[in-house]
Design a protein around this ligand. Structure first.
Ligand SMILES: [Zn+2]
Length: 251
């Protein structure tokens, strides 16, 4: 399979393959190393991949929707074709199921919120306050562009390409961590947040602690989360009341 065009860039086949690989990890594994290497170094090709990726993804969503509609219709027509004889036994069985579902819902309602529920309730991605325009750094611009659109996988794709030393790497790490949390990768987010907290740069320190606590909750490390939240209780900023609310959920 030829994957490069005469000008040395990826050809359409390679771009399609890569874009598909971003959706399907099994396809990603089939991408030859020279294609991966070239893409790492070539912003033009990356951009083309992202364009195709956006198209395929929207297409996938449409396909899923159509598929769902078809299967619903099929189920409907099957039901119409089959005439069920509902025996008394089945009626009792159905009543029992309804009762069990009822008991289960009541049980769920009095149960404390799960970690995932807490995370969803308290996590809001930090608003992008960076104005990187005019810095002529396309990778950062692209990452934040997708960040603003809440297209997290694309944002992460570009964040990962930003190479150190980047002059505002703390900000990049912080926003990358937010995107990772939004995508449901708390351990990866944790690494970036710890690096942000470890620096002398105070801009994102409190915020990073708050998001670190949320990452811990998402990972099920409640003790660590509570420890971080207790420290945030002494913060004067907006995280104080949030932290107190969240601690109360555990007590
Ligand atoms: Zn290229």
């Amino acid at each position: 399979m030829i994957l490069f065009s005469n000008n040395g860039h990826l050809n359409e086949e390679a771009i399609a393959l890569y874009a598909e690989g971003l959706i399907d990890p099994k396809v990603y594994e089939t991408i030859p190393t020279d294609v991966l290497d070239h893409t790492d170094a070539c912003f033009d090709c990356k951009q083309k991949i992202m364009n195709v990726f956006d198209i395929i993804r929207n297409d996938e969503e449409t396909k899923v929707q159509i598929g769902l509609k078809n299967s619903l219709q099929e189920a409907g027509s099957l039901k119409a074709k089959n005439v069920f004889r509902i025996s008394t036994v089945w009626m009792f069985a159905a009543a029992a199921v309804v009762l069990l579902i009822g008991i289960y819902s009541v049980f769920r309602a009095i149960q404390p919120a799960s970690n995932d529920q807490l995370f969803d309730e308290y996590f809001t991605p930090y608003q992008n306050l960076l104005t990187m325009k005019g810095e002529n750094d396309s990778l950062v611009e692209y990452a934040l562009y997708y960040y603003d659109l809440k297209i997290w996988d694309s944002a992460i794709f570009f964040f990962k390409e930003i190479k150190e030393p980047y002059k505002d790497i703390e900000a990049i790490r912080f926003y990358q961590a937010n995107a990772l949390l939004a995508m449901g990768y708390p351990s990866e987010a944790e690494k970036h947040l710890l690096m942000v907290i470890a620096t002398n740069d105070d801009r994102f320190k409190t915020q990073a602690n708050w998001y670190l606590a949320l990452a811990m909750i998402k990972s099920g490390k409640n003790d660590k989360a509570i420890e971080i939240l207790r420290n945030l209780k002494y913060d004067k900023g907006i995280y104080r009341s949030k932290a107190m609310d969240l601690i109360n959920e555990f007590e």
